[in-house]
Write a protein that binds this ligand. Structure first.
Ligand SMILES: Nc1ncnc2c1ncn2[C@@H]1O[C@H](COP(=O)(O)OP(=O)(O)OP(=O)(O)O)[C@@H](O)[C@H]1O
Ligand SMILES: [Mg+2]
Length: 236
């Protein structure tokens, strides 16, 4: 059966993913601080809005929308093609779901906005921040139902997951990596001797329904787009 896909618009990556990420997947974008998780997630929504006429909603729970948009503007993503919603706005809108659990609150909010604007893509930045909104009782079951709700609402969802220095789990609770459909891992690697520098890499650790490349590739942001380089490219 043909799988419909969402392009990442990362130069070099989509062709290594059979064309992109399967629609209605829940994908973790994981990495330590500063690995460009937010920029990558935003760029997927931005490029899909501009080039594929596909609407996306970016939920920012920690970084305020102004700061996020300034950063994206600096990266050359200028027009306001992506709707950005902050924690404060969500908190206001979910008040009416008093007494419901957090999955119902956030799913309720998402289903309302989906109906209003017909969003197909969603970013939650970050999953860790979302966990602070609520105390999870039955961790695995609750996260399972949340991911299921996102798929049922029809979103292709990118959930940002912050990893501690040194790596470790892809998700804070150690279950997200099994419950998600895909994992995109961003990391820094030290290069050089005395004048050590950090280089960025990207790897697709998992992508259901996709025969994907499992190498880690150098990741650069150039001319308004993320680009990956293969060993062959670097040897040229
Ligand atoms: N053109 C560029 N090329 C490469 N890196 C850039 C460029 N512009 C900004 N950066 C770097 O991007 C990093 C921040 O990216 P971003 O906020 O997307 O990362 P993050 O992983 O979401 O960070 P955090 O952990 O703080 O949420 C900064 O360290 C900044 O120096
Ligand atoms: Mg970020």
């Amino acid at each position: 059966m043909e799988v419909e896909r969402v392009r990442t618009f990362v130069r070099g990556l989509d062709e290594r993913l059979e064309g992109g990420i399967p629609k209605k997947s829940v994908v973790l974008i994981c990495g330590t601080a500063g690995t460009m998780k937010s920029s990558l997630a935003y760029s997927v929504l931005y490029n899909n809005a501009v080039y594929s006429d596909t609407q996306g909603l970016y939920v920012t729970l920690e970084q305020d929308p102004e700061s996020l948009l300034t950063q994206m503007h600096r990266l050359g993503m200028e027009d306001r093609a992506v709707d950005v919603v902050s924690f404060d706005e969500i908190r206001e809108r979910v008040k009416k779901y008093r007494g419901e659990n957090w999955i119902k609150k956030i799913s309720g909010f998402l289903s309302e906005v989906k109906e209003e604007r017909n969003y197909e893509l969603l970013v939650i930045d970050s999953l860790n921040a979302m966990y602070t909104l609520t105390a999870l009782q039955q961790v695995r079951a609750e996260i399972y139902f949340f991911f299921r709700a996102l798929r049922e609402l029809g979103f292709t969802a990118f959930l940002i997951s912050e990893m501690p220095p040194g790596g470790g789990r892809y998700g804070e609770h150690g279950v997200e990596e099994f419950l998600s459909d895909g994992i995109v891992h961003l990391l820094f690697q030290r290069r050089g001797g005395i004048l050590t520098s950090l280089e960025r890499y990207i790897g697709v650790v998992k992508m259901r329904s996709t025969c994907h490349d499992t190498h880690y590739f150098p990741l650069l942001y150039q001319e308004g787009r993320f680009t990956i380089y293969s060993k062959e490219d670097l040897e040229l």
